[in-house]
Each structure stands twice: as structure tokens, then as C-alpha cells.
Design a protein around this ligand. Structure first.
Ligand SMILES: [Zn+2]
Length: 436
């Protein structure tokens, strides 16, 4: 298959490209100045695409991006908002409400909600999801294991379409023997890494110690909710950095949220960022959930809860942006669309210039790929042809309109097409204009 006249802003924003794909791989990616002529425009209509492989489609200048990587979601919680309310809108009530509601869930309910969110992410262009999964050892045993079991089942079911990494969140309370037995049983199920939220523990350092010990024993990478607080004195990230270096885990630890980093004074924040860099920590900002959850006690000028994205970028700390929660008590909106999250990151981190927009694209493609342990999908000759073709012809249009019309390609096939068109009734001569 050939796809001519496309733009690939992650390669070179100014050029047009023709790509040729054989047996699911790129065999040619040619740049050119003048558009090539062909009679078959790309229509975003699955019924128009047969098995024929010797076909040339005209992308008509549209944008082709590598399939995206959502490095931080909570598939198990998604779409639980109707049964897990959050009147105060705080993180605390969200945790309590979800824990209570989780006792009423069934396998079908949990995997159904997870599948809905994963497929929505897929249709928006996501290739890989790292999902954090609740693992609460002090609820009914079937509830304790349900999320992890269903996530592993969904990972297998959707493997032909997308990758799902399962990161159970280890509990933040001090462990008793009964907790340890359950944790060890769960870690033997074949999960991809260890998650947690030590900053909400009464004993955060001990909680971090437990996580590192389990990660070492089971040889798993670590991805932690870190300092999701407006309190500038919350700085468990410093201890996480120390432990990372002590355990030789450099490059295997990702810290997410880092809201208190924004609240700290500049000198302290600089010291924290320097330490993060030294320990080779990866960072993920989650603007949607934090805009919603943080600053709840502020009056007047309300803090946004977003970490220091620009400073982290300038210091060379790899930072991605990701979805976090979708339609649950932690965050009541969302659709698993990383482009929408990149736009929100643009708002919250004041990144709207042309070069900022390219940086934002990297924050949802190759940067998170590296953070979740994948080879970056750089769209090169010889690599797997995995991409999303979006109905926008400039990067400005891409970010302004977040077009829903997208087509997702993998392994020699179009996996998904969404086509949203607007039908505007033309004004008729002699009739009154509707707009008076
Ligand atoms: Zn999260």
C-alpha cells in the first residue's frame, strides 16, 4: 500500500511524505516538495478498503502520527462515575467512594468498562496503555484480585490491536502478613510492573521501601503516583530518587503527577528536579485529573495543580503527558484521547507556540514510549507501520480542532476508522437568512 501526500510532523514539520508499506512494514518513506497526483483520495470509510495491497491513497496533506502511548490510565475505574460519586470533588472522597463501590462490581462490569475505555483510546490513535489497577487487600478477596485479573484478561484479548501494561498499585498502609500473602500471590500473576501512591501513606518512606523491595524481588519496573498534593512540604520524590540510585533502578522508575513540585519555592523545586535528573527518573503530568482535583482548598486565585512541565523539559527530564482517569470519581470527563490531553497540557503549561506544539506531540508519542520501556515508534524504513492518519493538514488545525476523523493502521491493516462530517444546509436563494 502507498499513502502519498501526508505530513509527518514528528519527522519534519515542513515536508510532505509518501509512505510505502509491504507486509506491515515501511519499505519507503520519501519526502518531496510537490504533491504527487493520484485519483483515490483517502475517505475514512472502512467499507472502501478491501484486502487489495497494491493501492495508492492520496492523504491530501493530512497529518500522520505514530500511534500514541498513554503512559498512565486507570482502566478499572473508568466509567464508574454513576456508582461512585464524589460530592466534594477531592482525592480523598474519590478514593473512599471508589473503594466502597468496588465491592459491588462483577467481572463482567469491570472488564466491560475497561474494554470501552481501551477501545475508545484505540480509535483515537493509542497503541499502548499503561494502566494502574487498584489492589486493596482489605476488601473482600474477590474484590482485591478482580481488577488485576480482568486487566490481564483484557490485555490478552486486545493483544492483536494494542498493548496493555498492567501496574497494580500496592497498598499504602503498613503491611501485615495477610496483606503480604495477597501481594505476593498477585505479583506472581504476570503483571508488568509495580505501582502505588506512597505520598498518601502515613508512613511514606516505609511504603517506598516496600515497593522497591518487591520490585527487586520480582524484577519489575516501578511507576508511582508521586506527591499529588498542593502541599509544598510533600517531597517523597526525593526519597524515591535516593532509593532508585541505591537499588540501581535508574531508568526503571517513573514518577507521576508531581503537583507539590509546582507549589514549592523555586530553589527547592530546582533541587528536586536536579535530583530527579541524577536518578534518571521519568515524569508524567496528568493535567485533566489534576486540574479537577487540586486547588480545592484555594479561594480567589486557585492553583492548577500542574507540575513544572517547562522546567522539567528544560532540565532534560523526560516528561510525558497522559490521560489518568476517565469518567470516574477522580475525574468526571475524558474519552481516552491523547491529543485532547496534549491540548490541555498546552493550556496548563502555557505551551501554544509552534515549537511547543511539536514538543507536545513528542510528549504523547516517543517520550512515553521510552518511559514505558518500548522502542520509540519513529516511523522509519524497516519498522512496523503503526500510525494514525488524522483529518488535519496543519499542526495548528490539529491542536485547535482535535479532529475526531482518524484512521488507525497496524500490521498491514486499517484497525479502526472514525469519520465525523458536518452537513451544513446551504442557504437558499430567496429565503430569509437564518442568522438575523
Ligand atoms: Zn493515576
Amino acid at each position: 500500500m502507498r499513502l502519498v501526500n501526508v505530513k509527518i510532523p514528528t519527522l519534519d514539520p515542513e515536508q510532505s511524505y509518501d509512505v510505502t508499506i509491504q507486509s506491515g512494514k515501511f519499505v519507503a518513506i520519501d519526502r518531496h516538495d510537490e504533491n504527487v497526483h493520484t485519483d483515490r483520495p483517502f475517505l475514512y470509510d472502512l467499507s472502501d478498503y478491501s484486502e487489495e495491497t497494491d493501492v495508492t491513497w492520496d492523504g491530501e496533506g493530512r497529518i500522520l502520527l505514530p500511534r500514541m502511548v498513554d503512559a498512565h490510565m486507570h482502566l478499572d475505574k473508568s466509567h464508574s462515575l454513576l456508582v461512585a460519586k464524589n460530592k466534594s470533588g477531592t482525592l480523598l472522597e474519590a478514593i473512599q467512594s471508589y473503594t466502597q463501590a468496588s465491592e459491588t462490581f462483577t467481572d463482567e462490569n469491570v472488564i466491560g468498562r475497561m474494554r470501552k475505555t481501551a477501545l475508545s483510546a484505540l480509535a483515537h490513535g493509542t497503541k499502548t496503555i499503561r494502566t494502574h489497577i487498584d489492589f486493596n487487600t482489605r476488601v473482600k478477596e474477590e474484590t482485591t484480585f478482580r481488577g488485576v485479573r480482568m486487566a490481564l484478561q483484557l490485555k490478552e484479548e486486545l493483544a492483536p490491536y494494542m498493548d496493555i501494561q498492567v501496574y497494580p498499585m500496592l497498598p499504602y498502609y503498613p503491611y501485615e502478613d495477610s496483606d503480604r500473602k495477597k501481594i505476593e500471590k498477585m505479583l506472581a500473576l504476570g503483571v508488568d510492573g509495580i505501582g502505588g501512591a506512597p505520598h498518601i501513606s502515613d508512613m511514606p518512606y516505609e511504603c517506598v521501601d516496600e515497593i522497591f523491595n518487591y520490585a527487586k524481588t520480582y524484577q519489575l519496573p516501578i511507576d508511582l503516583h508521586t506527591d499529588e498534593s498542593d502541599d509544598p512540604t510533600v517531597d517523597t520524590v526525593l526519597y524515591i530518587a535516593e532509593k532508585t540510585m541505591e537499588y540501581g533502578f535508574e531508568g526503571k522508575v517513573v514518577v507521576d503527577h508531581l503537583c507539590s513540585l509546582a507549589a514549592m519555592d523555586h530553589d527547592k523545586a530546582e533541587a528536586v528536579i536536579k535530583k530527579m535528573k541524577e536518578a534518571k527518573l521519568g515524569a508524567i503530568t496528568l493535567p485533566a485529573a489534576n486540574l479537577y482535583l487540586q486547588g480545592r482548598d484555594d479561594r480567589g486565585v486557585v492553583r492548577r495543580g500542574i507540575t513544572r512541565v517547562r522546567e522539567l523539559l528544560e532540565a532534560g527530564v523526560p516528561i510525558a503527558t497522559a490521560s489518568d482517569n476517565v469518567c470516574d470519581p477522580f475525574h468526571p470527563f475524558g474519552r481516552g484521547d491523547l491529543l485532547q490531553i496534549a491540548q490541555l497540557t498546552g493550556y496548563t503549561a502555557h505551551m501554544g507556540g509552534k515549537s511547543d506544539l511539536y514538543t507536545l506531540l513528542h510528549m504523547i508519542t516517543d517520550v512515553p514510549a521510552k518511559l514505558v520501556g518500548l522502542e520509540p515508534n519513529t516511523l522509519s524504513v524497516g519498522s512496523e507501520a503503526e500510525f494514525v492518519l488524522i483529518d488535519a493538514t496543519t499542526i495548528e488545525e490539529l491542536f485547535a480542532e482535535l479532529p475526531q476523523t482518524r484512521a488507525v493502521y497496524k500490521a498491514g491493516e486499517w484497525l479502526s476508522m472514525t469519520n465525523v462530517t458536518n452537513q451544513l444546509r446551504p442557504l437558499q436563494k430567496g429565503k430569509a437568512n437564518l442568522i438575523q
